[in-house]
Write a protein that binds this ligand. Structure first.
Ligand code: PLP
Length: 394
């Protein structure tokens, strides 16, 4: 229950859905057009072309009017058959949900255990694949940015590990919370299906999701036997080739996507990635200045998207978040799954800037102190020192 009447803008600092730029909202506030008419086919052709750079692909990208969960399912049902083995890694809550979905769909999951503080291990991938001499594993599934932990997995290193074994498994990667925020290269890293969503780095509301698809994945789709209908790439790609969709498209979301891509490319993807890395560094500096712990254990795997902060024993992260929402009108991410109550997550992705981050970290510092944690005031100063350094040119 809110006891303080909010004034000014709400601070939405969860790791998605993220703040939607005003120009994207304005772009969406336009009349919906005939999705079988020429104006729509121009829009779709432009988008299907312009979306490729953010995925780092020259291949097709399938757009679904669905949340990210739908695109997860699409990646699996288009490429796999009942009883196929898939190799998944327990990096956190979302990796756990994806493998549960795979099991429900009739796949056999090898789930490499993890401590929710590290990314997927390239060494473990190599070991499991090398042991699979009969090539029963048909796909390796990795979450690029674990939104529940603020830990990334090293997608290129895992590709190299797969290649070193000579194993033919498909490589499926969830970039729902990394696309448009972290460097990502579908083609160069040999990913077969990249799964993504609209509501994080793409700065759109929730409601669109994506599969970027390699030639190898398209070939796998020809023999894959998991039941599929709505998610089937074939009718969608067929319709896309003529400028249309095989379902009624989310036209106004597509207007927003056009504007969001324009903004991202105007800043330059390299600059976008550098900004996210810098904001993440400033956030970690604040956390350390407060004497608290960043959940991610390996600096190679720090997330540029969000930082999960471990709350000391005897304190409840959700109560701290509640106080911050009530007093300062700021939403922070809750601890999910086994991290409930133990961490809070600071989102620093998408449509944001130095001063928004400074305000966010000031709010966290005030909230921690008001919750009785002895965190001092060095955190915000340490963050401002990082933000005060000139940004490195891309
Ligand atoms: C990494 C990751 N994967 C999958 C999902 C599920 O996507 P959605 O909630 O859009 O269905 C999320 C949602 O936050 C996510 O962060």
């Amino acid at each position: 229950m809110t006891t303080t009447i909010p004034t000014g803008r709400h601070f939405l600092q969860i790791p998605g859905p993220t703040n939607v730029p005003d120009s994207v909202l304005r772009a969406m506030a336009a009349p919906t057009i005939d999705h079988r008419g020429p104006a729509f086919s121009d829009l779709l052709a432009e988008l299907l072309h312009d979306i490729k750079p953010v995925f780092g692909t020259a291949g097709p990208v399938v757009i679904y009017p669905a949340s990210g969960t739908g695109a997860w399912e699409a990646a699996l049902v288009n490429t796999l058959s009942p009883g196929d083995r898939v190799l998944c890694f327990e990096t956190g809550h979302f990796a756990t949900l994806w493998q549960e979905m795979a099991t429900r769909l009739g796949l056999v999951v090898e789930f490499v255990p993890g401590d929710w503080r590290h990314g997927a291990s390239p060494e473990a991938a190599a070991e499991r694949l090398a042991a699979d001499t009969e090539h029963r594993i048909k796909a390796v599934c990795v979450v690029h940015n674990e939104t529940s932990t603020g830990v990334t997995s090293r997608i290129a290193d895992i590709r190299r590990a797969i290649d070193a074994t000579g194993h033919p498994a498909l490589y499926l990667v969830d970039t729902i919370s990394s696309l448009g925020s972290l460097d990502y290269r579908h083609d160069e890293w040999g990913v077969d299906v990249t799964v993504s969503g609209s509501q994080k780095g793409l700065m759109l509301p929730p409601g669109l999701s994506f599969n970027a698809v390699s030639d190898k994945a398209l070939a796998a789709a020809e023999t894959a036997r998991l039941p599929r209908s709505y998610w089937d790439w074939t009718p969608i790609l067929g319709a896309n080739a003529t400028g249309f969709t095989s379902y009624t498209p989310a036209t106004n979301m597509l207007y927003g996507l056009r504007e969001a891509l324009r903004i991202l490319y105007a800043e330059g993807l390299e600059n976008v990635y550098a900004r996210h890395a810098r904001h993440a560094e400033a956030t970690r500096a604040a956390v350390r200045g407060w004497g608290l712990e960043v959940l991610c254990k390996d600096e190679r795997e720090y997330s540029g998207v969000l930082t999960a902060v471990v709350v000391p024993d005897g304190h409840d992260a959700d109560r701290i978040r509640d106080l911050i929402l009530d007093r300062y009108d700021m939403s922070l991410g809750a601890g999910l799954g086994r991290l409930a109550g133990r961490v809070f997550r600071i989102g620093h992705l998408g449509h944001t800037n130095d001063l928004t981050l400074a305000g966010t970290l000031a709010g966290v510092q005030m909230g921690l102190r008001a919750s009785g944690l002895d965190v001092g005031t060095e955190g915000i100063n340490a963050a401002l020192d990082v933000l005060g350094r000139p940004a490195a040119p891309a």
